[in-house]
Design a protein around this ligand. Structure first.
Ligand code: SF4
Length: 333
C-alpha cells in the first residue's frame, strides 16, 4: 500500500529569518498558522476519506517546527499524539531548520511520537547558504543529521538547486555531501523565484537569473540516479504544483510534472547506455516497464527523437515484467 501524509502547514511559524527564496504563504497556499483544532480536522477528514493509518504519517510541513514557541509546538504535538494513539498511524513527521535541533528538543519530539524529521539543508556550500540568508551553516546540517540518526529518527534532507550564487557544480557537491550523511529520504527542490522574496527583487533588478525547468531537469535526473544508487529514496522532486505558486512565480525551474520530466531523462540515459555497444543506423525495440512507458518516451516522444538523432531508430514499448528503470533492447530483423 502506498505511503501517504496528512499534511498540516505551519507557514513561516517559528522562523527567525527570511530565507532568500521563501514565501511560505504562496508555497503552502495558507496564510494562518495551524492550531490544535486544524490537526484534529485534517486527521478526521482523512479518516472519513478512508486513509489507511498504518501507511500514513501526520506531517507538519512548511515552517521550522522545532523553532515554534515551545508551548505551541507541544500543543500541536499533543493533538497529533492523541490521534496517533487513537488510530494507529505510522508516525509523525516534522520539517525544521538544522540550527533548531538539539538533544532536548529531540527528547521532546520522541516523547510525543515523532518518528521522522526532515531538515532543510538546501546547500552544503557555506557561501551559498549565506547569500541566500539561511542563517545556518553546513556544519549545522552535519551536526543535526548526526543527532537525529543517533536518537533513532528517520532522517530526511531537503536540498535546492539553482540558488543565488550557486551552480550545478556546487549543487552536485551538496548532493554528494548529503549522500555522506546517509539520510533515509531526500527531497530535491529546484529554485522557483516567487514574488515578495529577496530572490524576487534580485531577479527584478537583473542581478539573478535562475536555471529554467528544461535546464535543470537533466541535472536533477543525474541527482536522482546518484541518490537511488546510494539507496536513498527521493520522495519529491520539484515544488508541489499549485495555483498560488503559478500565480506568484517570477522565474525558475517550475513544471507541474517536474519529476516525470526528470525521469524521462533518466530513461534516456539508461537507453543510451544499452545502445552504446550496438550498431548505429539500425532499428531497435526498447522495452521499458509498462507503467513508465510515457515517461520513458519523454514529453512529445522526445526520447525517440533524441535517439534517432544519434543514429538509433527506436520504438519504445512497455513490458509488464520490467520494473524501476530496467530496460531491454532487441534489434529488429
Ligand atoms: S527556514 Fe524554512 S520556512 Fe523559514 S524562512 Fe527559511 S525556508 Fe522559509
Amino acid at each position: 500500500m502506498k505511503h501517504a501524509n496528512i499534511s498540516i502547514f505551519v507557514p513561516h511559524k517559528g522562523c527567525p529569518n527570511n530565507c532568500s527564496f521563501c514565501n511560505q504563504k504562496a508555497i503552502s497556499g495558507q496564510t494562518e498558522p495551524a492550531t490544535e483544532r486544524d490537526v484534529f480536522e485534517a486527521v478526521n477528514t482523512a479518516i472519513l476519506h478512508k486513509c489507511d493509518p498504518k501507511n500514513t504519517e501526520i506531517a507538519f510541513f512548511g515552517g521550522s517546527f522545532t523553532a515554534i514557541e515551545r508551548e505551541q509546538m507541544v500543543s500541536l504535538l499533543t493533538a497529533a499524539k492523541c490521534l496517533l494513539d487513537k488510530y494507529g498511524f505510522e508516525g509523525i513527521r516534522v520539517s525544521t531548520r538544522p540550527d533548531f535541533i538539539d538533544e532536548e528538543v529531540l527528547l521532546t519530539l520522541k516523547k510525543y511520537g515523532v518518528t521522522s524529521i526532515e531538515l532543510g539543508a538546501q546547500s552544503m556550500n557555506d557561501e551559498v547558504l549565506a547569500l541566500n540568508r539561511r542563517g545556518h551553516t553546513s556544519e549545522d546540517v552535519r551536526k543535526a543529521s548526526y543527532l537525529i540518526k543517533r536518537h533513532g529518527f528517520s532522517l530526511g534532507l531537503q536540498m535546492m538547486t539553482g540558488l543565488y550564487g550557486s551552480d550545478f557544480e556546487k549543487d552536485y557537491f551538496t548532493a554528494r555531501e548529503i549522500i555522506n550523511l546517509r539520510p533515509d529520504t531526500v527531497r530535491i527542490y529546484p529554485t522557483v523565484v516567487l514574488k515578495n522574496t529577496y530572490l524576487g527583487s534580485l531577479f527584478e533588478e537583473g542581478r539573478y537569473l535562475p536555471p529554467t525547468a528544461e535546464e535543470t531537469a537533466p541535472f536533477a535526473a543525474r541527482l536522482l540516479t546518484e541518490f537511488e544508487k546510494s539507496g536513498i529514496r527521493v520522495i519529491k522532486i520539484g515544488l508541489h504544483s499549485s495555483e498560488s505558486v503559478e500565480r506568484d512565480m517570477l522565474a525558475g525551474a517550475y513544471h507541474p510534472a517536474f519529476r516525470e520530466l526528470c525521469e524521462g531523462y533518466v530513461f534516456l540515459g539508461e537507453i543510451e547506455k544499452k545502445l552504446k555497444s550496438k550498431e548505429k543506423n539500425r532499428e531497435y525495440t526498447v522495452f521499458v516497464p509498462e507503467k513508465s512507458l510515457s515517461k520513458a518516451k519523454g514529453l512529445n516522444k522526445r526520447n525517440e527523437k533524441a535517439l534517432k538523432n544519434q543514429g538509433y531508430y527506436c520504438k519504445i514499448k512497455g513490458k509488464d515484467l520490467l520494473d524501476g528503470f530496467e530496460i531491454e533492447v532487441e534489434e529488429e530483423r
